[in-house]
Design a protein around this ligand. Sequence first.
Ligand code: PXP
Length: 248
Amino acid sequence: MTARLNVNIDHVATVREARKTTEPSVAAAAVLCEKAGADGITVHLRSDRRHIQDADLDVLRGIVTTYLNVEMAATDEMVAIARRTRPDAVSLVPESPREITTEGGLDVIGNFETVARAAKELSAAGIFVSIFIDPIEDQITAAKDAGAGQIELCTAEYAELTLGARAAHSEGRKKAAAEIERLHNAAIHAQNRGLIVAAGHGLTTRNVGPLAAMPEIAEFNIGHNIISRAIFCGLEEAVREMLAAIGR
Ligand code: PXP
């Protein structure tokens, strides 16, 4: 089975928010992604609202016909928004005040009560719960215990090792191969515990191949690379390129 692709359209909103204006439209972006074959739309509602806004969630909930996945911190404010807007899934992610993007996975062990409470409230509202974590067995087990139905493995470290010159260097290639093995072992561990396995962060058409080859990975959440490509070739073509890269 090949993995599903949810396209993260945060950076369409990043361009809009750069001018605090009305274009480009995240609604139009979602429609085009679905038309190009995406299996879902992912957005991240951050506490500073630097790209996606609350109103975007309402609009997207009304028009996304495939699958709407909202990434958010496990706070009371965010859980209340999710319970009101009812996305198909919520991905719980860590958030630190000055981060440029999400920095690694959620420490489920260290925040167990908070995460478990959020997962329970979301599940009670009929929202599927995924937790974004590093490929660490104890964190995966904790995610299951906290009530997640899915984990999303953080691929940031792997992605970092595949960037530019590092990818060409034999030491970099060795480290990337080791990280792929770590991700694969984590995916097997998660699947054995009855969790659906997703992966994301920093993935590109150039580095997604080894992950797409893992039968345990059922879903990818990919944004920045698709939106970057879309600037040059259009959003539908960029989505199709990523679908091809994951073997679809
Ligand atoms: N998955 C999670 C949990 C994320 O926080 C992000 C970034 O918002 C992504 C996937 C997508 O990462 P990228 O934009 O690097 O593809």
